[in-house]
Design a protein around this ligand. Structure first.
Ligand SMILES: [Zn+2]
Length: 269
């Protein structure tokens, strides 16, 4: 992987004939007590409790890749105007990187939580990507997507998939169960690298690489999320693959190495 460009909200890389961008949608501050939360209670509430001043900042990252002759694929599309004003800035990041939103033909969603899907619409309710023809989504995530009333117009574009499905020669869907129904990773194999876009495998990188057993309050099935995290970190460390995560600290892409009884994350730049 070779680094081509960096700006406050973007990172551009090349891997063989591919180009890969990390694009910031912004960030969200959430109570630190969400980490290791024991009974998954918060995940059942619609409104997160206010923090007591002890907050953790989660980056919200989207990723884009392409190769000449193949349409651009966007992995997740941020929060749009559905959550805090500190999020929903994917369009600005694309402008910063010189990426025309109309060049996006396919979006692949890791899951149907609001900070990953609502960026399909601009804050004023228009389609963010006017040449979008396909939205790849885990079959079990479709129900959650359709529960978002603003997004009903995208129903005809949904292309449900399952873990193990090959979306193209170079792109494999990888089930990462636990965080949310139908939570899906996407493994891109370039001529030089393997890059796993792993969605919400990790929420608090400063803690969960060292202690992958720690769960996050929004994990739908805590023990499954924990098992997925432990296995994927082990695999990524052994295979020297790249991980690109929605909530890893900017730029959200890097490698995993074993450290002590857990792991450490080496960001790409
Ligand atoms: Zn998320």
């Amino acid at each position: 992987m070779e680094f081509l460009s960096q700006s406050p909200n973007t990172l551009g890389c090349a891997s063989g004939s591919w180009k890969i961008w990390s694009l910031s949608d912004g960030y969200v501050d959430l109570p630190a007590e969400f980490l290791g939360y024991p009974n998954n209670k918060i995940a059942r509430q619609t409104e997160a409790p206010q923090g007591d001043g002890s907050l953790v900042r989660l980056s919200v990252n989207c990723f884009l890749f392409d190769r000449p002759g193949i349409g651009r694929v966007l992995i997740d599309c941020g929060a749009g105007s559905s959550w805090e004003p500190s999020m929903g800035h994917l369009g600005d990041a694309m402008a910063e990187a010189g990426i025309d939103t109309s060049s996006i033909t396919m979006v692949a969603l890791t899951h149907a939580h609001g900070d990953h899907i609502n960026g399909l619409l601009t804050p004023d309710g228009r389609r963010a990507f006017n040449n979008l023809s396909k939205i790849v989504i885990g079959e079990d995530a479709v129900e959650g997507f359709l529960a978002e009333p603003n997004l009903a117009e995208f129903r005809p574009l949904l292309a449900p998939i399952n873990g193990g499905d090959r979306l193209a020669d170079h792109l494999l869907a990888v089930a990462i169960p636990g965080h949310a129904p139908g939570h899906m990773g996407y493994l891109l194999s370039t001529d030089e690298d393997e890059i796993l876009f792993c969605g919400d495998l990790i929420h608090v990188p400063a803690e969960q690489f060292a202690r992958p057993e720690l769960t996050w309050a929004y994990d739908d099935d805590e023990s499954m999320a924990r098992a997925s995290r432990i296995k994927l970190l082990q695999d990524a460390a052994h295979a020297h693959n790249w991980l690109a995560g929605a909530h890893l600290g900017r730029p959200g892409i890097g490698r995993v190495v074993e450290e002590g009884r857990g792991y450490a994350f080496i960001p790409a730049a």
